[in-house]
Design a protein around this ligand. Sequence first.
Ligand code: ATP
Length: 569
Amino acid sequence: MGSFGKLVNIYSEIENISSHKKIVDLLSSFFKELEPKQVRVASYLALGTIGPKFEDIDLGIGDKLIIKAISSAYGISREKVEEEFSIHGDLGDVASKFNERQRSSVDMEDVFAQMVKIRDVSGEGSQGEKISLLSGILEKSTPEESKYIIRIALGKLRLGFGEKFLIEALAVAFTDKRDNAGKIEDTYNICTDIGQLARSLAEHGISSMGRFSIKLGRPVQMMLAKRVDTIEELDQKFPGKMAAEEKYDGERVQIHVNGNDIVAFSRRLENISSQFPDIISAVSKSIKSDKAVLDGEIVAYDKGKIQPFQKLMQRRRKHNVEEYIEKIPVAVFFFDIIYLNGKSLLKKSYPERRKILDDNIRESDSVKLSRRTVSSDFSRIRDFFEKSIEKGLEGIIVKSVEKKSVYQPGKRGWLWVKWKKEYAEGMRETFDLVIVGTYFGKGKRKGSFGALLCAVLNEDKDRYETFTKVGTGFSDDDFDEINDLLEKYFIDNAPGNVNISKMMEPDRYVEPAIVIEVLGSRITTSPGHTAGKDNSKKGFALRFPRFLRIRYDKGPVDATTVEEIGELK
Ligand code: ATP
């Protein structure tokens, strides 16, 4: 019960199996044996982390500190540890090699609590304290345990599965029905703390899922938009009245206001407040209520004019934030509100929510309400689109104004539909693809990548399937930036959740983490790619792909899906 050793056995088994069902079964039988409060801890640890994404989950230790901790725990000189590291390249393996004395297994909750402590120490002398805390756990653990402790501490546990998988395992463990995963996932879209959900399931079963609602400080998954192929389809999808809003090309943001405590979350549910202190302070002046959750888009905004997306990307920084507040001014355009003064507004219709939003925001230089038009005359919607394009925007989002137009967290449904300039010009479509491999470059690109093997998400199978090889469109800066990013994600073998055919085998494998936007000319089928491929069908492939930009705002689970490609084909 509760030994870290048992979880470690599962980690190492999972590394060697790829069967989806087997992994889920392993995890669920492990969960079943635990107390509810241990289930919470085990859920985070199974994902290789120590808390939900919206909290600070970075332990703040790098290779150097780990080397010191290993050296102090096992009485080995630092030089020796470094030497071994240069041979193995994995500090987890190094720790388990030097950890010779067999001990009994360390307690899972102990490991977790120590890791939280490591994260929390700060200020002067914190490095020494972090080392001694880590070396303390290493001393108590078995060789296999120390290997995984290091990997978790470095944020490098790569088992190739995410929340979705875990949810399935929780459904099997605590409701006996895999089919309940859908219901748990719906709740997860509202309560994005998987540990809390897991504990509640273990304690009270599936019926407890209905009790979760919005809580300030815990972000809700954001609602997304579908697309159509022709503007006329909008008219068919929204018979009668519809609202068209300008579509701003920036970074999605969800802002939680709790009195003076104002926090901004990204689409990936990370706390991005420290990047946008100017927005936080502007919102504090514009909001008329004490508690609220607002949904909007941050754009670069100078002298009343919206600036291109690339400008905004310069604000993605941890250092020199103050300097860049001046250099790249920004504004937020709010388009929704989902919580006000203690009440969730998720079930209210879009017109009701929009009215509440308008009533609660005072516009200023950097806090705006999305511009829109509401009409049953389709020619007015077309006009609004044309005008938006003339203003340099990327398009419109048409929203249902019916009674049923609730806010659907984490869903891409027909209540919001986007229509972009590119579609109108019959231009080629863009895709958000996950890098899963690289091929070595030649000539000028020697020593770097020549092309990237890119994949789409197969939601049914919860895995990444290859769709295209991207070798053009990169500027020199793009190259440097991608090379830097890749460094962290190279792995020796394809992980269990990536499907690559022999034909496409890359020179190096990459853990699914980086999303890039790619322009393509045509979708065809190919025997080499695995996107949507099954025994009877070839996979989808993208012809003439061209790199456009890195999508820092997207994680692999936000990539284009096989289903979306099927709809476009
Ligand atoms: P794209 O890649 O086309 O920008 P996406 O994949 O990021 O889209 P979509 O669901 O296709 O996301 O489009 C919705 C996104 O558009 C939202 O996530 C939000 O960031 C942005 N957006 C801009 N203006 C609005 C608006 N007025 N209403 C809703 N979303 C908006």
